[in-house]
Design a binder for this molecule. Structure first.
Ligand code: URA
Length: 234
Protein backbone atom coordinates (compact mmCIF):
# COMPACT_ATOMS: atom_id res chain seq x y z
CA UNK A 1 0.00 0.00 0.00
CA UNK A 2 1.11 3.56 -0.65
CA UNK A 3 2.89 5.14 2.27
CA UNK A 4 0.45 8.08 2.55
CA UNK A 5 -2.44 5.61 2.79
CA UNK A 6 -0.59 3.67 5.49
CA UNK A 7 0.01 6.87 7.48
CA UNK A 8 -3.68 7.74 7.34
CA UNK A 9 -4.67 4.16 8.28
CA UNK A 10 -2.51 4.57 11.39
CA UNK A 11 -4.53 7.68 12.20
CA UNK A 12 -1.52 9.98 12.07
CA UNK A 13 -2.81 12.31 9.32
CA UNK A 14 -5.16 12.42 6.37
CA UNK A 15 -3.69 11.17 3.09
CA UNK A 16 -3.30 14.75 1.87
CA UNK A 17 -1.60 15.88 5.07
CA UNK A 18 0.61 12.76 4.93
CA UNK A 19 1.88 13.82 1.51
CA UNK A 20 2.85 17.16 3.04
CA UNK A 21 4.62 15.46 5.93
CA UNK A 22 6.55 13.36 3.42
CA UNK A 23 7.53 16.43 1.42
CA UNK A 24 8.73 18.04 4.65
CA UNK A 25 11.04 15.06 5.26
CA UNK A 26 9.33 14.05 8.49
CA UNK A 27 8.56 10.48 7.41
CA UNK A 28 10.94 7.54 7.22
CA UNK A 29 10.63 3.96 6.02
CA UNK A 30 12.76 1.39 7.86
CA UNK A 31 14.94 4.20 9.14
CA UNK A 32 15.55 5.93 5.80
CA UNK A 33 13.85 9.25 5.07
CA UNK A 34 11.13 9.16 2.41
CA UNK A 35 10.67 12.31 0.36
CA UNK A 36 8.43 11.08 -2.45
CA UNK A 37 4.82 10.01 -1.87
CA UNK A 38 3.76 6.79 -3.54
CA UNK A 39 6.47 4.61 -2.01
CA UNK A 40 5.04 1.17 -1.23
CA UNK A 41 4.83 -0.19 2.32
CA UNK A 42 4.72 -3.97 2.72
CA UNK A 43 4.44 -6.53 5.47
CA UNK A 44 7.06 -6.00 8.17
CA UNK A 45 8.00 -2.47 7.05
CA UNK A 46 8.33 0.18 9.72
CA UNK A 47 7.12 3.70 9.05
CA UNK A 48 8.06 6.55 11.39
CA UNK A 49 6.82 10.09 11.70
CA UNK A 50 9.16 12.52 13.43
CA UNK A 51 11.14 9.50 14.62
CA UNK A 52 8.14 7.72 16.20
CA UNK A 53 7.09 4.37 14.75
CA UNK A 54 3.47 4.34 13.58
CA UNK A 55 1.32 1.47 14.80
CA UNK A 56 -1.29 0.18 12.36
CA UNK A 57 -4.72 -0.61 13.81
CA UNK A 58 -5.03 -4.22 14.84
CA UNK A 59 -6.62 -6.47 12.28
CA UNK A 60 -10.04 -7.68 13.39
CA UNK A 61 -10.30 -11.43 13.70
CA UNK A 62 -13.50 -13.49 13.91
CA UNK A 63 -13.41 -17.13 14.88
CA UNK A 64 -15.92 -19.95 15.27
CA UNK A 65 -14.62 -22.39 17.90
CA UNK A 66 -16.05 -25.75 18.90
CA UNK A 67 -15.29 -25.60 22.62
CA UNK A 68 -14.73 -28.98 24.28
CA UNK A 69 -16.13 -29.90 27.69
CA UNK A 70 -13.91 -29.20 30.71
CA UNK A 71 -12.61 -25.92 29.28
CA UNK A 72 -13.33 -22.59 30.98
CA UNK A 73 -14.71 -19.75 28.85
CA UNK A 74 -12.20 -17.36 30.42
CA UNK A 75 -8.72 -16.17 29.51
CA UNK A 76 -7.18 -17.53 32.72
CA UNK A 77 -8.25 -19.67 35.67
CA UNK A 78 -6.98 -19.42 39.22
CA UNK A 79 -7.72 -23.13 39.78
CA UNK A 80 -5.51 -24.19 36.90
CA UNK A 81 -8.30 -25.52 34.70
CA UNK A 82 -7.94 -25.41 30.92
CA UNK A 83 -9.23 -22.20 29.33
CA UNK A 84 -10.26 -21.18 25.82
CA UNK A 85 -7.16 -18.94 25.70
CA UNK A 86 -4.96 -22.01 25.19
CA UNK A 87 -6.43 -22.79 21.78
CA UNK A 88 -5.53 -19.30 20.52
CA UNK A 89 -2.16 -18.75 22.19
CA UNK A 90 -0.35 -18.77 18.82
CA UNK A 91 -2.54 -16.12 17.18
CA UNK A 92 -0.79 -12.76 16.74
CA UNK A 93 -3.85 -11.00 18.21
CA UNK A 94 -5.69 -11.54 21.47
CA UNK A 95 -9.19 -12.85 20.87
CA UNK A 96 -11.74 -13.16 23.68
CA UNK A 97 -14.97 -15.17 23.92
CA UNK A 98 -18.27 -13.62 22.87
CA UNK A 99 -20.39 -14.54 25.87
CA UNK A 100 -19.97 -17.77 27.80
CA UNK A 101 -20.45 -21.47 27.75
CA UNK A 102 -20.36 -23.46 31.00
CA UNK A 103 -17.28 -25.49 31.85
CA UNK A 104 -19.16 -28.72 31.08
CA UNK A 105 -20.94 -27.42 27.95
CA UNK A 106 -19.36 -27.94 24.57
CA UNK A 107 -20.07 -26.32 21.26
CA UNK A 108 -20.15 -23.13 19.28
CA UNK A 109 -18.30 -20.22 20.82
CA UNK A 110 -17.39 -17.10 18.86
CA UNK A 111 -14.01 -15.55 19.60
CA UNK A 112 -12.93 -12.10 18.41
CA UNK A 113 -10.90 -8.99 19.15
CA UNK A 114 -13.77 -6.81 17.89
CA UNK A 115 -15.01 -5.29 21.15
CA UNK A 116 -17.88 -3.49 19.45
CA UNK A 117 -19.33 -6.70 18.03
CA UNK A 118 -18.80 -8.54 21.33
CA UNK A 119 -20.72 -5.86 23.20
CA UNK A 120 -23.51 -5.91 20.69
CA UNK A 121 -23.95 -9.67 20.63
CA UNK A 122 -23.78 -10.07 24.41
CA UNK A 123 -26.05 -7.16 25.31
CA UNK A 124 -29.13 -8.48 27.17
CA UNK A 125 -31.46 -6.70 24.75
CA UNK A 126 -29.88 -8.53 21.86
CA UNK A 127 -32.03 -11.28 20.49
CA UNK A 128 -29.81 -13.58 18.45
CA UNK A 129 -31.07 -17.16 18.78
CA UNK A 130 -28.70 -19.68 20.30
CA UNK A 131 -29.42 -23.31 19.55
CA UNK A 132 -28.69 -26.13 21.98
CA UNK A 133 -29.01 -29.90 22.16
CA UNK A 134 -29.32 -31.36 25.64
CA UNK A 135 -29.13 -35.05 26.47
CA UNK A 136 -31.49 -35.63 29.39
CA UNK A 137 -31.77 -38.65 31.61
CA UNK A 138 -35.27 -39.81 30.66
CA UNK A 139 -38.16 -39.36 28.26
CA UNK A 140 -39.57 -35.83 28.15
CA UNK A 141 -43.33 -35.46 28.46
CA UNK A 142 -45.07 -33.47 25.68
CA UNK A 143 -46.50 -31.05 28.27
CA UNK A 144 -42.98 -30.32 29.50
CA UNK A 145 -41.88 -29.53 25.94
CA UNK A 146 -44.79 -27.10 25.80
CA UNK A 147 -43.71 -25.55 29.12
CA UNK A 148 -40.14 -25.10 27.79
CA UNK A 149 -41.62 -23.31 24.77
CA UNK A 150 -43.89 -21.05 26.77
CA UNK A 151 -41.36 -20.30 29.51
CA UNK A 152 -40.36 -21.57 32.93
CA UNK A 153 -39.85 -19.58 36.11
CA UNK A 154 -36.16 -18.92 36.85
CA UNK A 155 -35.12 -16.48 39.58
CA UNK A 156 -38.68 -15.16 39.81
CA UNK A 157 -38.89 -14.35 36.09
CA UNK A 158 -40.42 -16.44 33.33
CA UNK A 159 -38.04 -17.25 30.49
CA UNK A 160 -38.90 -15.83 27.06
CA UNK A 161 -40.72 -18.01 24.55
CA UNK A 162 -38.38 -20.62 23.12
CA UNK A 163 -38.41 -23.28 20.44
CA UNK A 164 -38.14 -26.77 21.88
CA UNK A 165 -38.45 -30.35 20.65
CA UNK A 166 -37.82 -33.71 22.27
CA UNK A 167 -36.30 -36.63 20.37
CA UNK A 168 -36.04 -40.09 21.96
CA UNK A 169 -32.43 -41.26 22.35
CA UNK A 170 -31.06 -44.67 23.29
CA UNK A 171 -31.28 -46.07 26.80
CA UNK A 172 -34.54 -44.32 27.65
CA UNK A 173 -32.89 -40.94 27.44
CA UNK A 174 -33.96 -38.02 25.29
CA UNK A 175 -32.33 -35.24 23.28
CA UNK A 176 -34.03 -31.89 23.75
CA UNK A 177 -33.26 -29.31 21.09
CA UNK A 178 -33.96 -25.83 22.33
CA UNK A 179 -33.41 -22.35 20.91
CA UNK A 180 -33.34 -19.33 23.19
CA UNK A 181 -32.34 -15.73 22.69
CA UNK A 182 -31.83 -14.84 26.33
CA UNK A 183 -28.48 -15.56 27.90
CA UNK A 184 -29.21 -16.13 31.57
CA UNK A 185 -26.68 -17.99 33.63
CA UNK A 186 -26.84 -21.77 32.92
CA UNK A 187 -30.22 -21.11 31.39
CA UNK A 188 -30.78 -24.31 29.40
CA UNK A 189 -29.62 -26.57 32.21
CA UNK A 190 -31.77 -24.75 34.74
CA UNK A 191 -34.84 -24.76 32.49
CA UNK A 192 -34.60 -28.54 32.18
CA UNK A 193 -33.67 -29.11 35.82
CA UNK A 194 -36.60 -26.97 36.97
CA UNK A 195 -38.87 -29.53 35.28
CA UNK A 196 -37.10 -32.40 37.02
CA UNK A 197 -34.79 -33.59 34.23
CA UNK A 198 -31.13 -34.34 34.72
CA UNK A 199 -28.88 -32.95 31.98
CA UNK A 200 -26.21 -35.51 31.06
CA UNK A 201 -24.62 -33.40 28.31
CA UNK A 202 -25.18 -30.04 26.67
CA UNK A 203 -23.93 -28.73 23.36
CA UNK A 204 -24.47 -25.35 21.69
CA UNK A 205 -25.06 -26.31 18.08
CA UNK A 206 -25.59 -22.88 16.58
CA UNK A 207 -25.71 -19.11 17.00
CA UNK A 208 -28.16 -17.47 14.62
CA UNK A 209 -27.50 -19.20 11.32
CA UNK A 210 -23.92 -20.14 12.17
CA UNK A 211 -23.44 -23.84 12.86
CA UNK A 212 -20.67 -26.22 13.90
CA UNK A 213 -20.72 -27.98 10.55
CA UNK A 214 -17.22 -29.07 9.53
CA UNK A 215 -15.62 -28.00 12.83
CA UNK A 216 -14.85 -30.97 15.13
CA UNK A 217 -14.73 -30.53 18.91
CA UNK A 218 -11.62 -28.59 19.93
CA UNK A 219 -11.06 -27.11 16.44
CA UNK A 220 -11.85 -23.69 15.04
CA UNK A 221 -12.08 -21.77 11.78
CA UNK A 222 -12.17 -18.13 10.72
CA UNK A 223 -15.58 -16.75 9.83
CA UNK A 224 -16.12 -15.85 6.18
CA UNK A 225 -16.64 -12.20 5.18
CA UNK A 226 -20.27 -13.03 4.56
CA UNK A 227 -20.66 -14.48 8.07
CA UNK A 228 -18.99 -11.44 9.61
CA UNK A 229 -21.34 -9.13 7.70
CA UNK A 230 -24.27 -11.26 8.88
CA UNK A 231 -23.27 -10.96 12.56
CA UNK A 232 -22.77 -7.22 12.21
CA UNK A 233 -26.18 -6.86 10.61
CA UNK A 234 -28.01 -8.58 13.46
N1 URA B 1 -27.23 -22.77 28.96
C1 URA B 1 -26.56 -23.52 29.86
O1 URA B 1 -27.15 -24.10 30.76
N2 URA B 1 -25.23 -23.61 29.74
C2 URA B 1 -24.53 -22.99 28.77
O2 URA B 1 -23.31 -23.11 28.72
C3 URA B 1 -25.25 -22.22 27.86
C4 URA B 1 -26.60 -22.12 27.98
Amino acid sequence: MRIQKYISLCGAASRRAAEKLIAEGRVSLNGSPVTEPGVDVGEGDEVSLDGRVLVPPEEKVYILYNKPRCVMTTMSDDRGRRTVAEAFADLPVRVVPVGRLDYMTEGLLLMTNDGELTQKLTHPSHGVDKHYAALVDRAVAPEDVETLRRGVMLDGRVTSPAQAEAHPAGGGRCVVTISIHEGRNRQVRRMLESLGYGVDALRRTGVGRLTLEGVPVGRWRYLTDEEIAYLKSL
